[in-house]
Write a protein that binds this ligand. Sequence first.
Ligand SMILES: *Cc1c(COP(=O)(O)O)cnc(C)c1O
Length: 405
Amino acid sequence: MPGFELWGAEERKEVNDVLETGILMRYGFDGPRKGIWKSKELEQEICKKFGSKYAQLTSSGTSALTTVMAALGIGAGDEIIMPCFTFVASFESVLGVGATPVLVDVDDTLTLDPQAVKKAITPKTKCIMPVHMCGSMADLDALQAICKEHNLILLEDACQSIGASYKGKALGTIGAAGTFSFDFVKTMTCGEGGVIMTDNEDVFTKCDGYTDHGHDHLGVDRGADLHPFIGYNYRISELHAAVGLAQIRKVDKVLSIQKKNHQYLKNVLSQIPEVSFRRIPDPAGDSCTFLSWFLPTEEITRAVVNELKAQGILAGNFYWFDNNWHYIRKWDHLKNSITLNALHPELKAEVIKQANKNFSASDAIMSRCISTAIGLLWTDEQLKEKAEKMAGVIKKVLKEKAVAA
Ligand SMILES: *Cc1c(COP(=O)(O)O)cnc(C)c1O
């Protein structure tokens, strides 16, 4: 699943190029850097690989989202519709630009339910932000149609779905803009980092300035840059970009291993009639970082989780329903709107209202879902053993429950 599993000489070589010159910053120092521009090079490779006209690297996926929201003009008073199953970074970014996160239900794609999105639209809605969770996609045709009808911005949080696609286009390049995260556990990593992809030159230019204190990058040197607007420092460093350069060249390898292992595991679990799988709007585009599967009830799912644990094979199997990071149920800090400094009182009230809505439709899905992270280093024997053990656990629990019933 994460690119760090394939760490090696290629990453060290790229980092060493930077260490040779000692120029760790992505801008300036044209002479001493001796032609080494890792961040620029990585941006070009991202454009080429994923089919985006522009790419702006950032210090994290969170800062990529924050930056692009600002560049798209999303701010105070605007509502962003987003799913209640995601990583906390998604709503952090919305709050970071002072906008309102409108949380809505997910369906069996584990991403935004288009019907729930429609119901959540108000005159304040400005943007729909699907989160392509666990390596696979939201129903982008349906969401794009809604955006078109209501004149809304489609922003893709593709942080977890590097290398996945929808109808032949890379996730993250389909909406007005999209983001990847390159944090340590993502499909390709920079250690820390992120990127904004867009085909819109104006959005890109704004992202470029925003991530570097608003500098317009038009001066003869940095000191001569002007500031058309206020920005922040969300820059990536050359060391991080160097790691990313080695990693992006491994993405195809990562994807092919994932697809092979995913297919094997899915075949084994498919033989159990009670197991069903996440609906994937375009199966060919699944990056296969996870295999997400469902059991018939929450009770059975919990029993399977407990049995996986008892047999020492829970690692790599995620029961998001009980997870503190990814699902609304455990986001008490959001439900109570606990911030270190004051939010605008109206926003605070709205956050509390949004986070305490009824998400029973999502509960009914997430309480039955387990996602298995697909390893890159599994041997064929390990994969076979893992699949057989998991199938054994599921069958054992189903049998016990049938006897008890
Ligand atoms: C990882 C992730 C992010 C951004 O994470 P960073 O750790 O800040 O790079 C955003 N959204 C989702 C869904 C993620 O999984």
